[in-house]
Design a binder for this molecule. Structure first.
Ligand SMILES: Cc1ncc(C[n+]2csc(CCOP(=O)(O)OP(=O)(O)O)c2C)c(N)n1
Length: 312
């Protein structure tokens, strides 16, 4: 469902939780299919983020108008972990920025659907990302610009846990806290894996991540990033925080619990699309996940204690 808010200029989508789950399931299928078809890309990194992006774009949170991608009052979303581009492209196509048929052009030579988002060629992309660590600083710039321009838009930035190894993330964290930037929300896609392994091996000192962000002066809350109700509630609640930037630490699964990704326990198949038989298996599991969710009225997949490292 598409709705216009009262003043007819503030367009956003408001879908029910079950509609959002259905949307996330469809977009997850597209992520798997487009990356297999392209023969490259990052499906597991995209799948960990897709429920959150679905809530953001279609749960009545983000204010945007696909017909006016440069509308000055729009909210901004920046995918700082730019390699998760297939998730962003699926959401932008669903939102009406371009024809979903174009998803099959992912990573083709000359296609606007590049391996990493390019704001110069694809409407709806707010920042060209892919070189990790930069998106939060760009988002902070937008958030401060809103203050200068006396605009009410909000800025949302998604970062990765491996990406949090970048020092620039923490420079932005300090700057946002110093300037009490309360129209900036960061979402950490906390899937516990990065390119070459688990964060507990590659950079264990990221933890305890919640304490770190609190120490940097941010409002911090944790969610299961595959649970639509929790995600929506967090995205609604952060809007009420004053004089503090906010971060939502979203516990997620790299590959969204689908077995072809989990079978590679070193990095959950970072940057590797599924082959045809793995794709078939993953799609069947995804359909099963969704059917279970519909039948039991619960969100799937459910996270285990191991998945959240006892941090909730
Ligand atoms: C500055 C920079 N260094 C290295 C890379 C290569 N790289 C691409 S993805 C990735 C891992 C990112 O891990 P994480 O942020 O946890 O993302 P996810 O696990 O969700 O894929 C790395 C190191 C990069 N894109 N940019």
């Amino acid at each position: 469902m598409k709705i216009h808010n009262q003043d007819e200029t503030r367009l956003s989508y408001i879908r029910s939780v079950s509609e959002l789950q259905e949307t996330a399931w469809r977009l997850s299928r597209q992520i798997l299919q487009m990356t297999t078809e392209a023969g490259s890309g990052h499906p597991s990194s995209s799948l960990s983020a897709i429920d959150i992006l679905t809530a953001l774009y279609f749960g009545g949170i983000l204010r945007f108008d696909p017909k006016r991608p440069h509308w000055s009052e729009r909210d901004r979303f920046i995918l700082s972990k730019g390699h998760g581009a297939p998730a962003l492209y699926a959401v932008l196509a669903e939102a009406g920025y371009f024809d979903p048929d174009r998803l099959s052009n992912l990573r083709n030579l000359g296609s606007a659907l590049e391996g990493h988002p390019n704001m110069r060629v694809l409407p709806g992309v707010e920042a060209s990302t892919g070189s990790l660590g930069q998106g939060l600083s760009i988002g902070l710039g937008h958030a401060l610009a809103a203050r200068v321009d006396k605009q009410t838009y909000r800025v949302y930035v998604m970062i990765g846990d491996g990406e949090s190894d970048e020092g620039q993330i923490w420079e932005a964290a300090m700057g946002a806290a110093k300037y009490e930037v309360d129209n900036l929300t960061c979402i950490l896609d906390y899937n516990k894996y990065q390119q070459t392994g688990a964060i507990t091996d590659v950079m264990p000192s990221l933890q305890p991540v919640v304490d770190k962000w609190e120490a940097f002066g941010w409002d911090v809350r944790q969610i299961n990033g595959h649970n639509m109700e929790q995600t929506l509630t967090a995205l609604q609640d952060v809007r009420r925080v004053n004089r503090q930037p906010q971060i939502i630490v979203a516990h997620t699964l790299k590959g969204r619990g689908l077995s072809p990704f989990a079978e590679d326990d070193v990095n959950r198949m970072h940057g590797k699309p599924l082959d045809e038989s793995e794709l078939e298996k993953a799609l069947a599991e995804l359909d099963e996940q969704h059917a279970t969710a519909v039948a039991n009225n619960v969100n799937e997949p459910v996270l285990t204690a191991e998945d959240i490292h006892g941090e909730i």
